[in-house]
Unconditional design. Structure first.
Length: 239
């Protein structure tokens, strides 16, 4: 029974998978805890399994933050709980993509959102043709299109990176669609075709940014987000 596992994250996961919908007790950081809120019923088994997966990922993320997570052999001093969580981390479903940081040693690039533009994929509300957008961005109108990554500069101001890394972008979006808050490695200077002040939107938001702006938790959405742009003049403009 996972209920015997210690730690706040594992306690929540244990309560969920136990199927017990009333009041229960267990241990969290060596203290008694209680779950008084009913666990939502899932008519669709896929929804239930997805929720279990998301909770498992939260447990793994907490172990990473604590510095106890390893995908390799367990250290000799690892506790039974740490070994169980490491085994869980190695089994949790994860979609790899080029530039996901698993093989590269460069730091990751946090993103608030992503827009993919191309000859047949321009947001209609922008009111601009693909060739016109490329001209204003100062990049060629590639038939394959471009990915626009919403990031922050060293001063914390929003800016948009224009990159040709569509395979990486598709991998990021695939993980975001499943609630996985993953980011690419910092691109090399040669891999960035242009940098534009502000965020050019609307965009598909990262799970963490969705939670930051209060739109939900681990559920990517679309829509232009103004909440973290310091001022109108700092936002990306295409017209």
């Amino acid at each position: 029974m996972l209920v015997e596992l210690a730690g706040a994250g594992t306690a929540v996961l244990a309560t969920f998978v136990s199927g017990y919908c009333g009041r229960g007790t267990g241990t969290a950081d060596g203290k008694l805890w209680a779950m008084s809120d009913p666990i939502p019923a899932y008519e669709d088994e896929i929804d239930y399994l997805r929720q279990v997966e998301l909770l498992a990922q939260e447990v793994v993320a907490l172990a990473f933050d604590e510095g106890t997570l390893t995908h390799g052999p367990d250290p000799d001093d690892a506790t039974p709980l740490q070994r169980a969580i490491n085994a869980l981390a190695r089994k949790v479903r994860y979609y790899h993509f080029p530039g996901d940081g698993c093989l590269e040693e460069r730091p990751l690039l946090p993103l608030s959102g992503i827009v993919v533009v191309g000859p047949d994929s321009m947001p209609p509300e922008w009111g601009i043709e693909y060739a016109q957008l490329c001209a204003r961005l100062g990049v060629p109108a590639r038939a394959e299109g471009w990915a626009l990554w919403h990031a922050w500069d060293s001063k914390g101001l929003p800016h948009t990176l224009v990159t040709r890394h569509l395979a990486t972008t598709r991998g990021i979006l695939q993980n975001w669609s499943l609630g996985r808050d993953l980011y690419p490695v910092q691109p090399e200077r040669a891999q960035v075709a242009a940098v534009v002040r502000g965020w050019i939107g609307p965009a598909t938001l990262s799970p963490s940014h969705v939670e930051t702006v209060g739109l939900g938790k681990a559920l990517p959405t679309s829509g232009h987000d103004d909440s973290l742009s310091a001022a109108p003049e700092d936002r990306g403009k295409i017209v």
